[in-house]
Design a protein. Structure first.
Length: 146
Protein backbone atom coordinates (compact mmCIF):
# COMPACT_ATOMS: atom_id res chain seq x y z
CA UNK A 1 0.00 0.00 0.00
CA UNK A 2 1.41 3.39 -0.99
CA UNK A 3 0.77 6.61 0.85
CA UNK A 4 1.10 10.05 -0.60
CA UNK A 5 3.29 12.27 1.51
CA UNK A 6 2.98 16.04 1.30
CA UNK A 7 6.09 17.61 -0.16
CA UNK A 8 7.44 21.15 -0.09
CA UNK A 9 5.64 21.93 3.16
CA UNK A 10 8.15 24.70 3.97
CA UNK A 11 7.10 26.73 0.92
CA UNK A 12 4.19 29.07 1.60
CA UNK A 13 1.51 29.60 -1.02
CA UNK A 14 1.57 32.86 -2.93
CA UNK A 15 -1.83 34.49 -2.73
CA UNK A 16 -1.36 38.12 -3.74
CA UNK A 17 0.73 37.91 -6.91
CA UNK A 18 4.29 36.95 -5.93
CA UNK A 19 3.62 37.67 -2.23
CA UNK A 20 2.52 35.29 0.47
CA UNK A 21 -0.24 36.28 2.87
CA UNK A 22 2.23 37.20 5.63
CA UNK A 23 4.35 39.30 3.27
CA UNK A 24 1.25 41.10 2.05
CA UNK A 25 0.14 41.85 5.61
CA UNK A 26 3.58 43.19 6.59
CA UNK A 27 3.76 45.45 3.54
CA UNK A 28 0.14 46.62 3.82
CA UNK A 29 0.53 47.33 7.54
CA UNK A 30 3.76 49.23 6.91
CA UNK A 31 2.17 51.26 4.13
CA UNK A 32 -0.83 52.03 6.34
CA UNK A 33 1.34 53.14 9.25
CA UNK A 34 3.48 55.26 6.91
CA UNK A 35 0.32 56.88 5.56
CA UNK A 36 -0.90 57.64 9.09
CA UNK A 37 2.47 59.26 9.89
CA UNK A 38 2.24 61.28 6.68
CA UNK A 39 -1.28 62.53 7.43
CA UNK A 40 -0.90 63.41 11.11
CA UNK A 41 2.66 64.77 11.20
CA UNK A 42 4.26 67.61 9.28
CA UNK A 43 6.35 66.30 6.40
CA UNK A 44 9.67 67.36 7.92
CA UNK A 45 8.85 65.37 11.09
CA UNK A 46 7.16 62.48 9.27
CA UNK A 47 10.00 61.59 6.92
CA UNK A 48 12.09 59.73 9.53
CA UNK A 49 9.26 57.59 10.96
CA UNK A 50 8.07 56.82 7.42
CA UNK A 51 11.53 55.62 6.37
CA UNK A 52 11.79 53.53 9.55
CA UNK A 53 8.36 51.95 9.13
CA UNK A 54 8.95 51.14 5.46
CA UNK A 55 12.37 49.65 6.23
CA UNK A 56 10.98 47.53 9.08
CA UNK A 57 8.03 46.27 7.05
CA UNK A 58 10.32 45.39 4.13
CA UNK A 59 12.68 43.53 6.44
CA UNK A 60 9.80 41.66 8.05
CA UNK A 61 8.41 40.69 4.66
CA UNK A 62 11.54 39.66 2.75
CA UNK A 63 14.72 39.43 4.83
CA UNK A 64 16.01 36.07 6.03
CA UNK A 65 19.04 35.61 8.27
CA UNK A 66 20.51 32.09 8.41
CA UNK A 67 17.36 30.75 6.79
CA UNK A 68 15.07 32.24 9.45
CA UNK A 69 12.59 35.02 8.84
CA UNK A 70 13.36 38.41 10.35
CA UNK A 71 10.23 38.29 12.50
CA UNK A 72 11.72 35.42 14.53
CA UNK A 73 14.91 37.41 15.08
CA UNK A 74 12.89 40.39 16.32
CA UNK A 75 10.90 38.07 18.57
CA UNK A 76 14.05 36.53 20.07
CA UNK A 77 15.65 39.93 20.61
CA UNK A 78 12.50 41.24 22.31
CA UNK A 79 12.32 38.24 24.62
CA UNK A 80 15.99 38.64 25.50
CA UNK A 81 15.79 42.34 26.33
CA UNK A 82 12.53 42.22 28.30
CA UNK A 83 12.89 38.93 30.14
CA UNK A 84 14.43 38.72 33.57
CA UNK A 85 17.99 37.55 33.71
CA UNK A 86 19.77 35.66 36.43
CA UNK A 87 23.30 36.80 37.15
CA UNK A 88 25.36 34.67 39.51
CA UNK A 89 28.61 35.58 41.16
CA UNK A 90 30.63 34.52 44.13
CA UNK A 91 29.92 37.05 46.82
CA UNK A 92 32.73 38.20 49.10
CA UNK A 93 32.40 40.18 52.28
CA UNK A 94 32.76 43.94 51.94
CA UNK A 95 35.79 44.22 54.24
CA UNK A 96 37.62 41.26 52.82
CA UNK A 97 39.30 41.16 49.53
CA UNK A 98 40.70 37.80 48.71
CA UNK A 99 43.85 38.07 46.74
CA UNK A 100 45.90 35.03 46.16
CA UNK A 101 49.49 35.23 45.22
CA UNK A 102 50.77 32.36 43.17
CA UNK A 103 54.42 31.65 43.70
CA UNK A 104 56.03 29.43 41.13
CA UNK A 105 58.79 27.32 42.50
CA UNK A 106 61.39 26.20 40.09
CA UNK A 107 61.82 22.51 40.19
CA UNK A 108 65.45 21.80 40.00
CA UNK A 109 66.98 18.47 39.22
CA UNK A 110 68.09 16.42 42.17
CA UNK A 111 71.69 16.93 43.13
CA UNK A 112 74.16 14.69 41.41
CA UNK A 113 72.24 14.52 38.09
CA UNK A 114 73.48 16.79 35.35
CA UNK A 115 70.79 17.49 32.79
CA UNK A 116 71.89 18.97 29.49
CA UNK A 117 70.40 22.32 28.58
CA UNK A 118 69.04 22.79 25.09
CA UNK A 119 69.25 26.15 23.45
CA UNK A 120 66.96 27.15 20.63
CA UNK A 121 69.61 26.65 17.97
CA UNK A 122 70.52 23.17 19.24
CA UNK A 123 66.85 22.25 19.33
CA UNK A 124 66.37 23.43 15.74
CA UNK A 125 69.41 21.45 14.63
CA UNK A 126 68.09 18.35 16.37
CA UNK A 127 64.64 18.63 14.77
CA UNK A 128 66.19 19.29 11.36
CA UNK A 129 68.37 16.22 11.62
CA UNK A 130 65.39 14.08 12.69
CA UNK A 131 63.29 15.41 9.82
CA UNK A 132 66.01 14.80 7.26
CA UNK A 133 66.86 11.31 8.50
CA UNK A 134 63.21 10.22 8.68
CA UNK A 135 62.01 11.80 5.44
CA UNK A 136 60.34 9.51 2.86
CA UNK A 137 63.12 10.14 0.31
CA UNK A 138 65.75 9.06 2.81
CA UNK A 139 63.78 5.90 3.64
CA UNK A 140 63.44 5.04 -0.05
CA UNK A 141 67.13 5.50 -0.56
CA UNK A 142 67.86 3.29 2.44
CA UNK A 143 65.47 0.62 1.17
CA UNK A 144 66.96 0.54 -2.33
CA UNK A 145 70.53 0.77 -1.12
CA UNK A 146 71.46 3.88 -3.08
Amino acid sequence: MQFQLPQFIEVEDTIFGPLTFKQFLYLAGGAGLAFICYVYLPIYLAIFPIIGVIALSTLLAFYKYNGRNFVYIVESATKFFFSSKLYLWKQTLAGESKRTVVVKEEKSAPEGINLPRLSASKLKDLTWSLDVQNSPEAEQQNNYGT
